[in-house]
Ligand binder design. Sequence first.
Ligand SMILES: Nc1ncnc2c1ncn2[C@@H]1O[C@H](COP(=O)(O)OP(=O)(O)OP(=O)(O)O)[C@@H](O)[C@H]1O
Length: 323
Amino acid sequence: MEDHERMKDAALLRISNLNTMYGNSLILKGISMSVGHGEIVGVVGESGSGKSTVIYSAMGLLGKGGRVASGEIRYKTQDLLKISAEELRRLRGEKMTLIAQNPMDSFHPIRKIGKELRLFVKAHQTVSYPKAENEMLRLMEKFGLRDGREILGKYAFELSGGMCQRTAAALAMVRKPEVLFADEPTSALDVTVQKQVVEEMLRVREEAGTSILIVSHNIGVISYMADKIYVMYAGSVVEYGSTREIIRYSAHPYTQNLIQAVPKMNQPIFRAAGTAMRAQESSGCPYVNHCPEKKKICEEQMPAFREILDGHYVRCWKSGEVL
Ligand SMILES: Nc1ncnc2c1ncn2[C@@H]1O[C@H](COP(=O)(O)OP(=O)(O)OP(=O)(O)O)[C@@H](O)[C@H]1O
């Protein structure tokens, strides 16, 4: 275990040294992250940096050709990479829920939405169906879906993209999971509905102690919600710490670039599609070709994490003594 991971044993979810591949490409390169009980963790980074792949690795939902090559994903005492498919499916239904970037992925393809809710109630047995349905309808209405009862009688493919995303958000939250994975949960929504979804996620955390791992391009959403932020670049975490630290005192040139590129805090982070994945594949820092402060050593060696302030870690030679 690396130094920067030592304090995290009490975490509800702990990802250690995760390497995930699609085909022959190494997409996640030794990712470590932790999510505490009731903590909201934000993951930022440009398109293609591997944010969704972290979530899909944890949920056992990688697309075709995807596989975890090595690492550990520990939920409480269980290693999610070692439990049976059946156990993982059960956890996904009851303890961990997902608001997927493509909302269709949040639903069973040939099950009506009301049926999904019924199955959850049956499995969970801590809440009655009428109570769960009332809460579902309340959430849907909050998200601007007034015909909630009608939607419950439909399949996801019968809904428009925006309706599907709002319904997926409601279904993920009504379960009051222990961990909610939210992959761009507000991207297809207008600003008013975005705000409602964010407020309801905060409410679920407040009421049920739900831990949330949220991936978003919208740094406004992340800085408003998250307790802690991980910054990813080209499949690696380059910096992490408390939200205040990362937003105000970012130390990695990539994080600084990311934050400066957002003129207003409620605007999305720029999407330089593909840049991150085109990053150099050598043993040096993946950001070296874009870094205004690069030195020779940056081309040769990937720096280790250094703690620059309590709980604020950065992986950059600039913050070390070598330069
Ligand atoms: N099903 C898949 N098959 C092959 N490659 C994939 C698949 N899903 C993701 N990838 C590749 O993995 C890399 C990381 O993708 P990922 O979706 O995790 O990035 P991201 O940071 O979430 O970006 P975005 O915000 O655009 O979704 C990309 O190069 C992508 O092409």
